[in-house]
Design a protein around this ligand. Structure first.
Ligand SMILES: [Zn+2]
Length: 138
């Protein structure tokens, strides 16, 4: 009897704390690009729109599951490059557990997608492959 109660409790825990993926449809393409380039399967993240304070355009909250919040005003005006770099940046925090890296190249462009500040489209075109290698390690 004691054993049964324990297994019921374990099951409840597994159901309430199992992986959960809720991603706004707008972000799916960028999640897929991230999975494809990195060879990952993302199973446990929530990502949606939220009005963010000040100049913040996106953030990762280390909750269970981790939560990515994207500012809708920024997103609606952002180019494909900016959307990709923002989602990859937040997944860098929330999925890969990375911190910021604010080093810059000689041309003034960020050396990493994990830079604290938004990356211009020009820098993204010039350095995208270096950003991918920096992020994924290959
Ligand atoms: Zn960040």
């Amino acid at each position: 009897m004691k054993k049964m109660a324990l297994s019921a409790l374990t099951l409840l825990f597994a159901v309430s704390c199992g992986p959960s993926l809720h991603v706004d449809a707008e972000f799916l393409e960028y999640f897929h690009r991230f999975e494809h380039r990195g060879g990952y399967r993302i199973k446990n993240i929530h990502a949606g729109f939220e009005q963010l304070e000040g100049t913040t355009i996106g953030e990762c909250r280390y909750e269970e599951p981790p939560v990515i919040a994207i500012d809708p005003d920024y997103w609606n005006k952002a180019s494909d490059e900016k959307r990709e770099s923002l989602i990859f940046h937040e997944l860098g925090h929330c999925f890969l557990g990375l911190d910021h890296n604010d080093k810059v190249f000689g041309d003034g462009c960020a050396k990493s997608i994990m830079n604290s500040f938004e990356i211009s489209d020009e820098c993204y075109w010039l350095h995208r492959e270096e950003y991918m290698v920096d992020l994924f390690g290959f």
